[in-house]
Structures are given as C-alpha cells and as structure tokens.
Design a protein around this ligand. Structure first.
Ligand code: FAD
Length: 492
C-alpha cells in the first residue's frame, strides 16, 4: 500500500514528545521549523499517486503497490530505477534532501543478509528482520537511522561512567526489553520509526554486551523524547534563504527514557557478535543513495558557479574554465563510481544485489572528503558578492530599489532580480548556516571519515595488487597473497 501525504501526517499525530529551542512542539506538521521538511516528505508520498509519476515511484509486489525507493534490490535495473525516481523527485521539489527514508532502509537489508548470524542467538530475531523489511515496504513506513550515542569519555568503559552515555538494555520483561540512553538522529521527530543499533566501535569485548542491542524504535513510543537543534527555516525570508527555508532536515537528540521495545521489534541484544556484524556491513546498500545525493549537490554547485560566470562574462577566461573543469571532474568522479558500482554489482549473502562494494566505498570517500574543497572552488567562482549582497527587502524598498537595480543589472538579459536570486541561492548553498550544516552532514551523517576508510580497506580485494607485485618482483612462492584471516566482506 502506498501511503498518501495526508496519511503520513496523520501518523505523526501520535502524541510524540518534541522539543525545540526550549519549546514543546504541539504539532510537528505545522511548526515553522518542521513544516517545510514535513511538506517535502508528504510530497514524496503524494507524487507516487500522480499519473505522470505512478510508474516512476511505484511497482507491484505481493498484490500491493509499493514504493520503488524502498524495493529490495535483486536486479541491476532496480538500482537504475531508484536513481530515476530520486532524480524526478529532486526536480519536482527543486532541491535535495537526504534522510527521507530510501537512504536508510538499506541498513535493514544489511541485517537481512546476516540472518544466519542472528539465528545463532535466537531464530525469533531472524524472523523479525524479515517481517520489518516487509512492513516498511508494504505499509510504506518512513524509517530512519539511530547509530550514534553521546558516548561520553571514550577512554572509560561505558559501565564505568554514566551508563546511559550509550544505549543499553536495563530490563527484560514478558512484553520485551527496556532500553535507556540517547541517539543523535536526523529526521527522527517527523519519521515513523528508527533502526537502532550499536555505534561505531570495536565491539570485541563481551562485557559490552548490554550495549549490543539492535531494534526498531517507534518515534511516538512512551519514553521517547525528541530534543531538536534549532531549525534553519524561518531565519530570513525564503527569497533570501531558499534552501534553508525549504529543505532543512532537523536533527534530534533522541532520548530513550526506559523505552519498552516489544519482542517483535528486537533484532538482537546482549549479542556482541551481532553488534560487530551490523557495524561491519551497515552501509553496503545505503551508501549508494547517500552518495547519490552528493552528485546532486555537486550539480547545484556547478550550476551556481557557471551561471555566475556567464552573468559576469568570466566563463570566457581559461583560468576560470579550469576551475569549472575541476568541479566537473569531482562530479563525474561521483557519477562514475555510482554507475560502475551498479554495472559490477555483487550478489549479497542474503541473495540481494548490492552495489560493487569496493567501488561504492571508494566513491563515498571521493564524494565526502573532496566536498569541502569543491565547495570552496564554487564559493570562489561566485566571488565576494555572494556574502555582501543586500537582502530582498533592500531590492524592494523604495529608497534603495533604484540603486539595487542599477548595480545588480549586468546587461539586457541579466536584470537585477535574476542576479539577486542567483546570489541568494548560491549563498544558501555555499555560505549560510544551512550550507555549513550540510557540509558537516555529509562528513558525518552516515559515518565519520575514518569509518569510510575502514569500509574501503575491508572491502577492497588486495590479492590483485599483491599477486601482481609477487609476479613482477619475482617473490618466492612461500608467501601467499591471501590474508591469514579473511576480511569481513564489505564492511561499513
Ligand atoms: C548533521 C549530522 C547528522 C547526523 N545524523 C545522524 C543520524 O541520522 N543518525 C545517527 O545515528 N547519527 C547521526 N549523526 C551522528 C554521526 O553519525 C556522528 O557524528 C559520527 O558517528 C561521529 O560521532 P561523534 O560525532 O560522536 O564524533 P567522535 O566519535 O567524537 O569522533 C570525532 C572525531 O574523532 C576522530 N576519531 C574518533 N574515533 C576515531 C577512531 N576510532 N579512529 C580514528 N579517528 C577517530 C575522528 O576524526 C572523528 O571525526 C549525525 C551527525 C551530524 C553532524
């Protein structure tokens, strides 16, 4: 069943406890900080019901109409089709958003691949993951990701400090487990549920097992409190900050104050190997839609820089063209990694089709770690007017309009209004509070850089280069290119 935007909004009216700027939010669907992004997610639901988009956003499975964006991939075309759907969606909303469900659902597919591991502890848990994957698909659930605890002092074991610094099980009951702690989580306040799992860590110490818990948390469950950072929407007029006011994905410190997780929502607990497994495979699917968003961010930067250069005639200069070409090389590098990861996709242990892991993780490193530098090239190409241009009110006011029209009209094609609009868009993309936040989002929201590097290290097959050097250098047959202990395939 494909939900409508209205059904999604009604689902958020579950009495959930949300706080922002010291204020208790009565209705997340109309609060100014959340309304724009709730509208975007509603649009994602509604668009699948429109004739022009029906086949792009929906497909038939098990007698139901389901979302293309939530489909378990088993064929290459499934990856191309979800790419096409996202492309259509971003063009429709005229912006880019990341945590709207499709980018996080893949984390559960990774756990599905590990049913054998889960079966070791209790077969009930393996069934739970299949049931939840079906439920997300058939009930069209908005599902987000809860990985990161406040963590406290990392040089001290969790048990030896405030134990709530990491989410842990405090009690087992007939109805389920009771958990305490907190997680940082984008979009939690306006999502339906989250897949909660242990944070990035070594997960080798069995004594940490109270902390090795994976489950589904319902966002309106008793004891769940959403304490949100300040929003960017409403800071200035939409004409001045079009992205801040349209696409801010509000992040939450989700506090879990003795929350009951029913048994059917538990995937593993008191199971350090489960924690190790999920941490080593978590992003094998979801890295794809995450990196795909950065391709669109790159296009927005290239478009903004190129329009600015055309407005000002700077695109005729060779040195400027070289900077634009650097941006294009970054953009095409992302596209090449994504396309190649589909073309060379691999069958997963659970029988799904995962993007080629080494190519996907290399693409994630390329996209995330080079973003600051490319963003700065775009900023530089847009010039200093990016940050000194007055706001729309000044362009409209009778005392200043004539001067704004005079100094911001470049020629007959480029009048002041278009110049102002382009500079406002570029400022919000590159220079605003929102722009800085998005840059940090890309660096951290899925995992931090060191973790991206580890994922690539674990998934790249080193035997090729090792064998090559063994042959070319004439090394003896006593040494073997295969590692003594096989790496976990496709870690994230
Ligand atoms: C905008 C934004 C959105 C987010 N959304 C979500 C979300 O939706 N869900 C979610 O679960 N989390 C989310 N996060 C949290 C994110 O996953 C964490 O920020 C990330 O895992 C890093 O944890 P930390 O911030 O506690 O940094 P720390 O763990 O304190 O690390 C800080 C730095 O220390 C260094 N470092 C730490 N440990 C190591 C190590 N073992 N090896 C090498 N260097 C190391 C690295 O330089 C690292 O960047 C979000 C974060 C941001 C900024």
């Amino acid at each position: 069943m494909l939900r409508t935007g209205q059904q999604y909004r009604e689902g958020l009216q579950d009495g959930r406890e949300i706080w922002i700027d010291g204020e208790r939010v009565k209705d997340v669907t109309v609060h100014p900080a959340f309304k724009p992004i709730v509208d975007v997610k509603s649009r994602m639901y509604d668009i699948a019901h429109e004739d022009a988009f029906r086949d792009t956003f929906g497909y038939d499975e098990g007698g139901d109409r389901c979302s293309t964006l939530l489909r378990r991939p088993t064929q290459q075309r499934h990856w191309w089709e979800s790419w096409c759907a996202l492309d259509a969606f971003f063009k429709d909303i005229k912006g880019v958003v990341t945590r709207v469900g499709d980018e996080t659902v893949g984390e559960m597919w990774s756990l599905y691949d590990g049913r054998d591991v889960l079966n070791k502890i209790d077969p009930r848990f393996a069934a739970n993951i299949s049931n939840h994957i079906d439920r997300v698909l058939h009930d069209d659930v908005f599902h987000v990701s809860a990985n990161t605890d406040p963590k406290g002092d990392r040089s001290i074991r969790p048990q030896d400090q405030d134990p709530d610094m990491m989410v842990h099980v405090v009690k087992e009951t007939d109805a389920g487990i009771i958990i305490r702690g907190a997680k940082y989580e984008t979009a939690a306040a306006y999502a339906d549920q989250a897949f909660l799992k242990p944070t990035v860590g070594a997960w080798t110490d069995e004594k940490q097992s109270d902390y090795a818990v994976g489950c589904i948390v319902k966002m309106g469950a008793p004891g769940v409190k959403h304490v949100c950072r300040s929003g960017f929407a409403g800071r200035g007029r939409k004409e001045d900050y079009p992205l801040s006011n349209g696409f801010d994905e509000v992040d939450t410190l989700m506090i879990l104050d003795n929350v009951l997780i029913p048994w059917e929502d538990v995937f593993f607990y008191r199971f350090t190997e489960g924690a190790r497994y999920i941490r080593s495979t978590l992003h094998r699917y979801s890295a794809f839609p995450y990196v795909l968003r950065i391709l669109y961010t790159a296009d927005m930067m290239i478009g903004a820089a190129m329009w600015n250069c055309r407005q000002t005639g700077l695109d005729k200069m060779q040195a400027v063209r070289e900077k634009l070409a650097d941006m294009v090389a970054y953009r095409e590098g992302i596209r090449a990694h994504l396309a190649a990861s589909i073309a060379l996709a691999e069958t997963s242990p659970g029988g799904l089709l995962m993007p080629n892991q080494s190519l996907l993780y290399a693409g994630r490193i390329h996209a995330c770690s080079n973003l600051p530098q490319v963003m700065h090239i775009a900023r530089e190409l847009c010039g200093g007017q990016l940050c000194v241009t007055p706001n729309v009110a000044t362009f409209e006011a009778s005392g200043t309009k004539t001067w704004m029209d005079k100094f911001y009209s470049l020629n007959q094609n480029w009048m002041a209004d278009d110049r102002r609009k382009l500079l406002a868009f570029a400022r919000d993309l590159l220079n605003s509070d929102y722009a800085g936040h998005r840059l940090t989002f890309v660096q951290f929201a899925q995992a931090p850089h060191f973790n991206h590097l580890n994922a690539l290290y674990q998934s790249f097959d080193f035997s090729g280069p090792l064998d090559m050097v063994k042959q070319f250098a004439g090394l003896s047959d006593r040494i073997d290119a295969k590692p003594a202990v096989a790496p976990v395939k496709s870690a994230a």
